[in-house]
Each structure stands twice: as C-alpha cells, then as structure tokens.
Design a protein around this ligand. Structure first.
Ligand SMILES: Cc1ncc(COP(=O)(O)O)c(C=O)c1O
Length: 419
C-alpha cells in the first residue's frame, strides 16, 4: 500500500493553473488509487465515545456527517479554491443554493443589497423572496459604476453582479466596483458562472466573494447540479459555514466527484467553447435576419475593451436579436428559429458540450416583470445560444436552418462560418 503522505501537496507547491486543475485537493488513501476516491457515506465512525465527543466539540480533527463535511466534497472545494485563488471554498447543492447561502450569511431583516440588472432570472426571484424578510434589492445597470455607488444606503450589505451577464453578455468592471465596495466597507460578490476561473479570476480584480453554478461549465457536460461559494478562510468558517451546516444545502459526494473531475479539463474546454462561440457570433453578425449580436469578444460589443482586459476569452454564451415590427412578431420569429433548428437542443441549460438555444423572455427570464425585463434589455426577439463543442460549421448550418424557417428572415440566411 502506498504512503498517502507521498501525494504531492499540489495546492501548496506553487503549480500553475492547469496543473492545479488536475492535481489540487487530491488526498490518496492507503489503497494507492490513482484517480480520486469517492466517499459515498452519510456519516463517519469515531474511535470511541471520547473521540466522538472531541470531534463534535471541535477539539479533534475528522469528518462527522456529510451534511457539513465529506472528503470527496472537500476535494472539489480545495481544487476550485486553488483555481480561483481563494482562501477557501464551500460546495453547495446548486448555484441557487450558493447564492442563497451568501445572502443569508451577509444580511439580516431590513438590510439592503445592490444587484446588477440582467442577472439570471431566478437570482432576481430569490432576492424578491427575501423581500418577505424586509431585505430590499436595488437593481442598477451593470456597466454604470456611478449608479452602483448612488444606490448604496447605510444598511447595504452586499453588491452582487454577474459578468458577463445572462443573457446579454454585458461586462461589469470588477476592479472599479471592488473599489466602490471597499470605500463603503461592503463585500463585492461576483457570479463567475459564465467565465469560470479559466477565463476570469475575480479575486485578482478585488472581489470578496465568488459564487458558481457548478452545474454549468465546472461540470461541463450537463450531468449534475452543484454550486460553490469562495472567499476568505475567515468568511467561510465564521460566517458561511453555520448557514450551510444548519440549512443543509449540501453537495452530494457523487456530484462533487464528477465536478472535481470536470475541473481537470476546464481550461481546454473553455478555450474551445470560446473559439467556437466567436466563430458563430461572427457568422451571426453577417446574417440579414439578425439585428444585433451580443458577445464580448466581438469588436461591436460595447465593453469589448473591458472584456479583453479582464477575461482570457469570450466564453461560450452569446445572444442575438431578430428584426420585427413589434413584440408579437419578434417573439413569433424567435420561436420559429428555435423550432427550425435540428442540432441545437431546446433547453435553458448552459455549460454543456452540446449547444443549446433558448428564448430568455419566455423561459429563463419569463417570470420577471415585463418592465424590468425590458429595462434589462431582454426583448421578445432575443435568443441565447450556449455554444458547445460540436463543429462550429455545423452549429452555423443549424442556425441558418432556423433563420430560414418560413417567415423568419427578411432574406435567406447566408451560410459559412467565416461569413
Ligand atoms: C449565471 C447563473 N447563476 C446561477 C445560476 C443558478 O444555478 P443552478 O441552476 O445550479 O442553481 C444559473 C443557472 O442557469 C446561472 O446561469
């Protein structure tokens, strides 16, 4: 049997990103397994009654119960913390559980938070739910740093943003917003779901807390739900851990194992997703039926320079808008494009190797008040594509089929990725 102590402590050895993605967090058991072990157990045994008492009192090290600690979950947490450059990480059952835990950890009744317009629709619903406990949310345009500062009140406890945003791919200036947050002593929370640490590292830009829907690109193959919160060790231990322990929004060991293995290929996947998405975005820009394409790596994107400064590549998600005389016509055209595609999957999920297409106004953002949706720029003619790892020419050919569906395009769609 091998000596577990011989496993290189990858997190501490100063390795680079791709090495950490493959190695960080690994703790080999006495059996000497090469791939990481999976611990499917709800509880852990103790050596004696005295040992049990010491562990429960926090006087002895060791796992107790998987709701608040499991070695496979810890593997995923340590690996992701190494990739984000965070003090520590706590995994959660889903991305929404991560956002909820952060909200519960930072606020009390009658507090206030500031959030960017155009975040994931369910995040807005969650914040609205917390309105029941007197927690009020102000929504501000992501790119307007002055509006963030103006919205801050004496009882503001968190600034929350998603960048790039879903589905508009708007880019927020994390460094500038971190300076605002620091001036007011308020934590800046960044949802890094679209970029992942392979393309964007918010802590290096001054963020205090990062959240993830691990369901998306951290897994990368559409297999499981998961989430994560990252921040300082002190925040994790003193502020977040009690919320997670008592609320039980725990990631399962099986899902944690898949997510940890997903991280191993993260940067390769994110680069290919980004290359494919840029090819599709350029092609869409040349289509007469398309009024506008939103993708941070296009020169036409309003925050293209900022995106280039803070991201390593554009990511997988793009949105585009169709022409139409009014909302009814734009929605009808958008739905015909969706129904006309044969390859792209009609599903609201993103972060999969399979490309997906969705109509945000009637799905992911369908529960938003129509005025708030319009203010966030999500019109009836908008479609979101999460570009997968298929051949980009096949993705364009499929979108051409959708755009050519009867009644959609003013002219027939032009084919060819380079178009
Ligand atoms: C940016 C963003 N944050 C959070 C979530 C929520 O994640 P989950 O579905 O894992 O709860 C999503 C889901 O699509 C998302 O796109």
């Amino acid at each position: 049997m091998s000596d577990p102590a011989k496993v290189p402590p990858a997190d501490e050895a100063g390795y680079r990103f791709d090495t950490l993605a493959v190695r960080a967090g690994t703790e080999r058991t006495a059996f000497g397994e090469h791939t990481e072990a999976m611990f499917l157990t709800s509880s852990f045994v103790h050596d004696s009654a005295e040992h049990a008492a010491a562990k429960f009192a926090g006087q002895a090290e060791g796992y107790i119960y998987s709701r608040f600690g499991n070695p496979t979950v810890r593997l995923f947490e340590k690996r992701l913390a190494a990739l984000e450059g965070a003090g520590d990480c706590r995994a959660t059952a889903s991305g929404m559980a991560a956002i909820m835990a952060v909200l519960m950890s930072l606020t009390r009744s009658n507090d206030h938070i500031v959030c960017s317009q155009g975040v994931f629709g369910t995040t807005i619903q969650l914040f609205a739910l917390f309105g029941r406990y007197g927690i009020e949310t102000s929504y501000v345009p992501l790119a307007d740093v002055g509006a963030w500062e103006a919205a801050i009140r004496p009882n503001t406890r968190m600034l929350f943003l998603e960048t790039p945003s879903n589905p508009m791919t708007e880019v927020g200036d994390v460094r500038a917003l971190a300076a605002v947050a620091r001036r007011h002593g308020i934590p800046l929370v960044v949802d890094n779901c679209f970029c992942t640490p392979a393309l964007q590292r918010p802590f290096e830009l001054g963020a205090d807390i990062v959240v993830h829907s691990a369901t998306k690109y951290l897994d990368g193959q559409g297999r499981v739900l998961g989430g994560a919160v990252l921040g300082s060790e002190q925040y994790m231990n003193e502020t977040l851990q009690p919320v997670l322990r008592y609320c039980g929004a725990t990631l399962s060991a099986f899902n944690a194992w898949l997510l940890a293995k997903g991280l191993e290929t993260l940067s390769v996947r994110m680069q290919r997703h980004s290359d494919n998405a840029l090819a599709v975005a350029r092609w869409l820009e040349a289509q007469p039926a398309v009024a506008r394409v939103h993708y941070p790596w296009l020169e036409s994107h309003p925050q293209h320079a900022l995106a280039r400064a803070q991201q390593g590549a554009g990511g997988a998600v793009l949105a585009f808008e169709l022409h139409g005389a009014d909302d009814d016509e734009r929605r009808a055209r958008a739905w015909r494009v969706v129904d006309g595609c044969r390859l792209l999957s009609i599903t609201a999920n993103l972060g999969d190797v399979k490309s997906t297409i969705t109509h945000p106004a009637s799905t992911t953002h369908g529960r938003m008040a129509p005025e708030a949706r319009l203010e966030a720029g999500i019109g009836e003619g908008m479609l979101r594509v999460a570009v997968g790892l298929e051949d980009p020419q096949d993705i364009c050919d499929d979108l051409a089929r959708g755009l050519a569906a009867r009644g959609t395009a003013p002219e027939a769609a032009r084919a060819g990725v380079g178009g």
